[in-house]
Design a protein around this ligand. Structure first.
Ligand code: UDP
Length: 407
């Protein structure tokens, strides 16, 4: 099967941790690689955001990344990309005229629009993954939401026009139904985890410095945006006087001092009197993350809302207990009382109590770690996720064939 994946702002080749580079980049890269690994030909189309990028890059066997020239060849915030989407769609259309995929899989609403613009006339079936929904963002972020005004309406429209929707958790399906998207078009396939890279087999990273093995370490990993709730963890530290908090994500370490969100979080830490126990690492590369996770007593992931939440799953795969907010995909990946603890978002005291219990009980931490690693490997391996995705592609192709034969 020839698969076109469209991920306009989230390139599988990007460095992670910045404001707009996170879970979607990881998801698209791993899914594309795994589908190609199962014998299919996959091309990922993403926006050319640097003049130095070649049109096409081989990313693995039967797998290419194509940089689509749409808009300026430089990084622009994702919320400012919409004016270039028609150009992106036109470019895809012209390409697919002579290089038609059997199926297109779009990621995020802007890719959905570009993909439909190219695919509808050429009768290429489209599967869509939203990754995040505008109305959820609006509900939580209110006036701070910088998404374009048309996003919410566009997302509902995409839901009616595509052949199938892949939601990453049950909460997302409920949202889609509330938006009027037909229930029968939606399927749930969660994100996966690379259990070869994120595993519990290797010894934890040795901790340098005088606090080695003495101070319990809490770890937060992710893009540094307010909705990730890192401030809740900082405030919880006030009640955990023996613990340190290490924060991975944001800009590269050399640019931390210029980052407004880091400044805000440092201020929160200073106000809470915990500044000396909070450390910002900036962006951490994929290869360094598993060791960093294994060096922690617990990974804390307490966003206000979370379409999926790969970090919780990665920590589980590393055999590290997770304390996560009971939102979105985390309600399904983290099994409360088995692989970690679920807490309400934005409640520092409740979070501190859950962490205190965990930090005081090494047997419980080990038990959660073992169960988490097992669950990550058995349920969330990328080969299983790719097979479930391919089953949806095949269902869509069969329906199209039936429709053609009937007409
Ligand atoms: N990540 C990373 N380095 C960093 C910060 C984040 O590799 O410094 C990765 C993290 O391991 C995860 C992804 O970025 O794979 C974030 O995905 P998640 O689903 O947690 O959040 P999203 O970015 O989709 O909101």
């Amino acid at each position: 099967m020839k698969v076109a994946m469209v991920s306009e702002h989230a390139s599988p080749l990007a460095t992670l941790g910045g404001v707009d580079a996170g879970g979607q980049n990881v998801h698209v890269a791993a899914l594309a690689r795994e589908i190609a690994g199962q014998g299919h030909e996959v091309t990922v189309y993403t926006r050319k955001d640097s003049p130095d990028l070649p049109e096409s890059v081989a990313f693995g066997p039967r797998l290419n990344v194509v940089h689509v020239p749409a808009g300026p060849a430089k990084e622009i915030p994702k919320d400012e990309i919409p004016p270039w989407i028609p150009e992106f769609g036109k470019w895809l259309h012209d390409r697919w005229l002579f290089d038609r995929p059997d199926i297109a899989h779009s990621h995020f609403w802007m890719s959905g629009l570009a993909t439909l613009a190219a695919a509808e006339e050429l009768r290429v079936p489209v599967v869509h993954t939203y990754h995040a929904l505008g109305n959820v963002k609006r509900r939580h972020q209110g006036p701070a939401d910088t998404s374009p005004r048309d996003r919410i309406r566009a997302e509902a429209g995409i839901g009616h026009r595509v052949d199938a929707i892949i939601a990453t958790c049950r909460d997302e399906v409920d949202e889609l139904i509330r938006m009027g998207v037909p229930r029968r078009a939606t399927h749930i396939v969660p994100c996966g985890v690379d259990a070869g890279m994120f595993n519990s087999r290797v010894a934890p990273l040795k901790r340098p410095g005088r606090h080695r093995e003495t101070r319990p370490r809490l770890l937060s990993v992710g893009r540094l945006v307010p909705r990730k709730g890192v401030d809740t963890t900082i405030e919880a530290l006030r009640y955990l006087r023996d613990a340190e908090l290490v924060i991975a994500g944001g800009p590269p370490s050399s640019a931390l001092h210029r980052d407004p969100e880091v400044t805000r979080l440092r201020w929160t830490a200073a106000q809470a009197g915990v500044g000396a126990r909070v450390r910002f690492l900036g962006q951490v590369g994929r290869e360094a993350l598993p060791g960093l996770m294994r060096s922690a007593s617990a990974v804390v992931s307490v966003p206000w809302y979370e379409p999926f939440g790969m970090v919780a799953l990665e920590a589980m795969a590393c055999g590290v207990p997770v304390v996560a907010s009971a939102v979105g995909g985390q309600k399904e990946t983290v099994v409360h009382g088995v692989t970690g603890v679920l807490v309400p978002p934005r409640k520092p005291l409740v979070l501190a109590r859950a962490l205190r219990k965990l930090l005081d009980d090494p047997v419980l931490r080990t038990a959660y770690g073992i169960a988490g690693a097992d669950r990550a490997k058995v349920r969330y391996s990328w080969d299983r996720i790719a097979s479930e995705t391919l089953a949806i592609y095949n269902g869509v192709l069969s329906s199209r064939t039936l429709e053609r034969n009937a007409s």
